[in-house]
Design a protein around this ligand. Structure first.
Ligand code: FE2
Length: 484
């Protein structure tokens, strides 16, 4: 078995969209075709899982690949590319032939004695899911107890972002924090596990703060895998789908985190609406679904509306295992659904919005987050009926359900990051920045699309294979506080 798995991990590394070219520590010029809007200046910073096999260690789940951070630096006259493998304790451990930190879906190598002494695995710092700005800091995130600060110029890790002893020590922080621009706050989830169950807390802090203040908590005996959540001005929405864990099963275990979770469709989906002022939570129910990503949430009078990308079940989690992906790339096209929760009605209303299935959603976050909105964008990646793998960037009008798409027939694209044109008033007045890796050659490109009509305005080619990753941020030149 180990030989076969090793073969699979290395096989994955050789395939688009997972192959990786050596690091580019110093920024190098990329080749620009087309016209980059003059107003678009700043850095696109992204993370991805990049190393799936090293020595005797093999990642068994896509989410366990050791992280890489990369940047497209868009200047007045040139675009530069830069990348660096993430310097983490997890990477150092694996390089030293140990793998004792927690993982998503790869067994750890702890001895029975180590397991006895430390029943709960130490949380990984392989922050390969997202990178966001908090105050002057760039912070790389995964689902874990540690977040890593990243030096924006060199992309080196500056160590763990410290938090005060605020009662949330050791909690699993989410990798999709929200920004509340009106209050200057970061809002995120923290899960703590106990032998009898778990507590999902919503916390917030000022951009630069180290103290996390709990807004409200929700207790449950089966803790669902919650990858993201909805935020409105006065409410938080949690999607408690029936892919959940009894925390005591994780004690003394060497299995990966997600390998303890169980799909129980008979439990249905619970939707928890938490009032941000009082912390009081009310629950609604819906049929079983599985959700990685919420798209947006807003209030409509007393109702709460959540738009999310829903899979019919949790088999996607197995489809993202390395052995499976080496055979067949996953179908990342969940349906966009609108979940409406009405005060006093236990049953939520779930409606499909249009026909386009996609992942890695994006909106005009500063304008539309938490309010009724019109446009969502995302990447639609999946096998084609006639063979091969299709990838496009889609735009969905959530009011009409109509969609349009961009594809170049060659590259597999990830999350399109929306960047608004300064001074623009329309929700789609801006560009999308999407990184795609070629299915034919070890090269990648940044596509700069007009977010209105989904046409290509410019393509930035780099002679480097960039693995498909998850999330990132565009940081405007004018917002790069504290940097030279
Ligand atoms: Fe995500």
């Amino acid at each position: 078995m180990p030989l076969q798995l090793s073969h699979r991990s290395r096989e994955l590394e050789a395939m688009a969209p997972f192959r990786r070219s050596p690091d580019v520590h110093e920024p190098q010029d990329a080749v620009v075709t087309g016209t980059v809007p003059a107003w678009l200046q700043g850095d696109l910073l992204r993370t991805c899982p990049a190393v799936f096999a090293q020595g005797s260690w093999q990642a068994r789940h896509w989410f366990d690949g050791l992280g890489q951070i990369y940047a497209f630096r868009i200047g007045a006259s040139a675009v530069q590319f830069q990348s660096r493998l993430l310097d983490s304790e997890a990477a150092r451990e694996i390089a030293a032939g140990r793998a004792q930190l927690s993982s998503f879906g790869t067994p750890t190598g702890r001895t029975p004695w180590q397991r006895l002494l430390q029943p709960v695995q130490r949380s990984t710092d392989n922050t390969n899911v997202n990178i966001v700005q908090m105050g002057d800091e760039l912070v790389a995130l995964t689902e874990g107890a540690r977040q890593l600060r990243i030096d924006a110029a060199s992309l080196r890790s500056l160590g763990v972002r410290p938090y005060a002893r605020d009662g949330l020590d050791g909690c699993v922080m989410g990798a999709h924090p929200h920004r509340d621009f009106a209050r200057g706050q970061v809002v995120n989830l923290a899960t703590t596990f106990g032998a009898g169950g778990g507590v999902v807390s919503v916390y917030q802090h000022d951009d630069r703060e180290r103290v996390r203040r709990v807004v409200g908590s929700w207790q449950t005996d089966r803790v669902p895998y919650m990858h993201s959540f909805g935020l409105t001005p006065s409410r938080v929405v949690l999607v408690a789908h029936p892919f959940a864990v009894r925390p005591r099963s994780m004690l003394w275990s060497n299995r990966g985190y997600i390998d303890h979770f169980e799909w129980r469709p008979q439990d249905g989906t619970r939707l928890i609406v938490m009032d941000r002022a009082s912390g009081k939570a009310t629950e609604h129910e819906a049929d079983a679904m599985f959700v990685f990503h919420t798209v947006n949430a807003f209030e409509r009078g007393g109702d709460t509306v959540l738009d999310a990308l829903a899979y019919p079940n949790a088999t996607i989690m197995d489809d993202l295992r390395v052995a499976r992906m080496a055979e067949r790339l996953p179908d990342l096209r969940p349906r966009l659904v609108r979940i409406t929760m009405r005060s006093g009605r236990p049953r939520a209303d779930v409606q499909a919005l249009g026909d386009a299935g996609f992942e890695f959603p994006s909106i005009h976050y500063r304008m539309s987050s938490g309010s009724d909105y019109r446009y969502a964008w995302g990447a639609a990646d999946g096998p084609q009926a006639e063979g091969g793998y299709a990838s496009s960037i889609v735009k969905v009008d959530v009011r009409s359900g109509k969609s349009r798409a961009f594809s170049d027939g060659e590259r597999i694209y990830g999350e399109p990051v929306f960047v608004a044109r300064p001074g623009g008033v329309d929700e789609d007045d801006g560009v999308l920045l999407a990184v795609g890796c070629s299915q034919r050659t070890p090269a990648s490109a940044l596509a700069i699309l007009d977010a209105r009509d989904m046409t290509l305005r410019a393509r930035v080619d780099v002679p480097a294979a960039i693995p498909l990753g998850f999330h990132g941020s565009f940081i405007r030149g004018s917002e790069q506080g504290g940097r030279p």
